[in-house]
Design a protein around this ligand. Structure first.
Ligand SMILES: [Fe+2]
Length: 366
């Protein structure tokens, strides 16, 4: 299978990997032959990429980090709890009435167990599914990324639990912000933006007294928009004043927001988002964290179509763990645009004179 932007997907192509709806259930199954109306339906769900079958890339299998059971449980748990919290606040009950601690701990155990089976895996593009409920999916993605990085960093099980809970609940305060504000397409006014910023303190207020939630996880909600140089919010904390867990979450939060389709723009590809994050090294994010993230993330995920500096086009078939930006590419088109049979591969970690200059039709180097 190979990953194509939806704009390049045509009727008659077969789906190489199933697509989940926003409940975490199957929207379109593997091997389905796509029709124009199915493609339009994917578009309307905000899906920007799909894995497509191609006989020359039959051997490429992209494994999910989470099992289907964990994914469905996670989406359901996050959605139901967040809705209950929003309702409760509306009815002006005390915030302590919805207790999410136990259920979220159980969920974190499932996530940690799934991820520890893939501890050497790279983080692949996860946003290929329907994202109608951005907040719930974003919370899960940020948790998966943070936990993967936490494992790579060497945190203990207890620390991973706290980091993961902080990540799952980092944006819980958004349940107190009107949806029309969160989904607004136009530029926010200063007043609207300062209202949205309150989601950090709302989250802290809710989580700090919540049974079974560590106080540190509440601080992750409070601090995840703080930045090293003091330019963040709500308190303008600097450097060491911001807890390491909140810094991890802040980093992957920005990455996931960029690589997800939003009402006001399409999803960026991993290398584009990574490049933007890198411009914040030392000022917004710490160097070591960004570097570990770069090493764990598949900038050119398996299955993605790339254009090489030789003019040839191909598909990423394997990742080099030590040099993730130089994968193995199977050539599918020569420099004249003629189709190839897929029998030739080039390992960019060895052919150092060849560069990736484009991904999925977008140019990396102009
Ligand atoms: Fe946030």
């Amino acid at each position: 299978m190979r990953l194509l932007p939806l704009s390049m997907v045509e009727p008659g192509m077969r789906l190489g990997k199933k697509i989940y709806n926003s409940e975490g259930l199957t929207l379109l199954g593997e091997q389905i032959e796509l029709t124009q109306s199915m493609i339009r339906r994917l578009e309307s769900h905000g899906i920007d990429f799909a894995y497509i079958d191609d006989p020359r890339t039959d051997d490429i299998i992209v494994r999910d980090l989470l099992s289907e059971e964990t994914r469905v449980r996670a989406v359901t748990e996050i959605r139901d709890s967040f809705r209950k919290i929003a309702d409760d606040q509306l009815r002006r009950k005390t915030s302590g009435q919805v207790q999410v601690g136990k259920a979220f701990r159980k969920l974190m155990e499932m996530i940690m167990s799934d991820l520890s089976d893939h501890r050497d895996a790279m983080i692949m593009l996860t946003n290929i599914n329907a994202m109608d409920d951005y907040l719930f999916h974003h919370s899960l993605n940020v948790c998966v990324y943070s936990t993967m990085l936490g494992i790579a960093h060497g945190y203990s099980q207890d620390e991973l639990m706290t980091l993961g809970l902080g990540a799952l609940l980092h944006d819980v305060g958004k349940t107190q912000i009107p949806l029309e504000l969160l989904r607004k397409k136009d530029r926010l006014s200063d007043e609207e933006f300062s209202h949205i910023k309150h989601h950090t303190s709302f989250g802290f207020q809710f989580l700090k007294d919540e049974p079974n939630i560590p106080l540190l996880a509440a601080h992750c909600a409070f601090q995840h928009h703080e930045r090293l140089d003091g330019s963040g919010y709500p308190r303008g904390l600097k450097g060491e004043e911001i807890h390491d867990f909140a810094r991890w979450i802040g980093l992957v939060d920005s990455y996931d927001a960029m690589t997800t389709h939003r009402v006001y723009r399409k999803a960026m590809l991993p290398h584009q988002a990574m490049e933007i994050l890198f411009t914040g090294t030392g000022s917004l994010y710490d160097k070591q964290k960004i570097e570990l993230f770069r090493d764990k993330i598949a900038i050119y995920p398996i299955g993605v179509t790339v254009t090489l500096s030789t003019g040839e086009k191909g598909v990423v078939v394997d990742l080099n763990a030590t040099v993730p930006h130089r994968p193995v590419v199977r050539l599918l088109q020569d420099e004249f645009g003629q189709d190839l049979d897929g029998s030739r591969e080039i390992d960019l970690s060895k052919s150092l004179n060849v560069m990736i200059v484009g991904v999925s039709g977008e140019m990396v180097v102009s």
